[in-house]
Write a protein that binds this ligand. Sequence first.
Ligand code: FAD
Length: 422
Amino acid sequence: MKNRTNPRILVLGGGFGGLETAFYLRMRLGNQADITLVSDKDHFLFKPNTIYIPFGQDVERLKIPLEPPLKRRNIRFMQTQAHQVDSIHRTVGTGEGAVPFDYLVVATGAGMRPEEIPGLKAHGHNIWTPEDMLALRQAFETLAAEASASNNRRVLFLVPPNNKHAGPLYEMAFLFDSWLQKHDRHDGIDLILTTYEDSYLQSFGNRFDSIISEEFDRRHITAYKQYEVERVEPNEVVYKNGQSVPYDLLVSFPPYVASTPFLGLPSDPRGFVTTYQESRRVIECPCIYAVGDISNFPVKQAYLAVLQADAAAEHIAADILNTKPTINYSHPVSMYVLDEFDTATFAQIPLEVKNFYQQSAEVPAGDAETYRVGSSPVWHYGKKLLGMYLPQRFRAGKPLHSGVAWQGMEAGLKVLSQVLTH
Ligand SMILES: Cc1cc2nc3c(=O)[nH]c(=O)nc-3n(C[C@H](O)[C@H](O)[C@H](O)COP(=O)(O)OP(=O)(O)OC[C@H]3O[C@@H](n4cnc5c(N)ncnc54)[C@H](O)[C@@H]3O)c2cc1C
């Protein structure tokens, strides 16, 4: 039964951060809070596996309708767009009017801004939405149909500055290469990857560099580091170091910005909301939290969004229950699987932010035991398993990162990582 003295908790966003927050709060608080979730979409999208759409994955199977699991947990669902936060009067402006709150969690994710790079929007394919991935499927098909030993085609994968999670673009290059080999369609197709980074997948520390270099060699993919894009022409990319690389098909993961900039909240120039690291509470806003890609943590990942959501939800619950929070986001340890179809790389990555505004993160030196990276075909099946398990938790209205099932999964990953990584 609804209790009129219950605090009103409003969660914006139906992605990893939003759902984890809402389900964790319901699990922790029982019926001691009125929880509302606002999302512009009627479904959750399991974004990490959209990487398989160009190779035949059915888009609909990556979606979970929001209404049934939220209803099951007595969480009110409003399908509408949030466009403004009034932190003084504690209301959020939405397409259905102002919604009041006692606690607010902003989890509206990131968006792409290809316009930052002249020519990128007009000439490049993105890997961001399911629609982008379907367009890429068509482009890969067309290119493979046109190419032959006497009719060479070049596919250029481009990592520009201010992309906050380059892993999926490397993953796409490797998956495409495996797909071409599997279907015996590699003749006449050259793959090239350029990145502005000093080392491959730099935000995940120095151990990826040699593993990824070896994969590029094994697959005969040409790759260049420290190539910062200046502009994109119809058939070539021009870099700030004076070099240019021609292409027939350009695939990029553009610079990140907040999906919705909330002018009422302290934010950086890209719209990422400024938070205290431990709690994800927004600075100068006692009852407002930001988790996931919209927050100012410099690396944007689903795994990190979930850790942030747990910390924020725990801090809100502790405030309501007058207890001490048991989860902090002080020393996040991420997990990531970069799939290639025929093999995959698993990484467990401790991350440390370098200053209060969390503008950059590094793998702390001297944490060799926690920092583990390794490749094995086993991780390909590990990613498949995660792709089945994680959406099921949300479908059941449960947070990902709790309960016996997760503890078993995490223990299994730890054992495997001891054996298969270094
Ligand atoms: C191709 C690809 C592969 C990836 N692979 C991995 C991986 O292997 N591992 C990993 O950890 N991460 C991966 N990521 C990153 C991961 O998907 C994101 O970090 C994660 O989705 C962030 O979660 P979030 O809840 O912050 O945002 P999202 O998941 O983007 O959710 C935001 C939600 O807010 C809603 N919304 C947006 N604006 C509004 C508004 N104004 N009002 C109401 N609702 C709004 C959106 O519809 C959405 O439901 C990948 C990303 C991509 C694109």
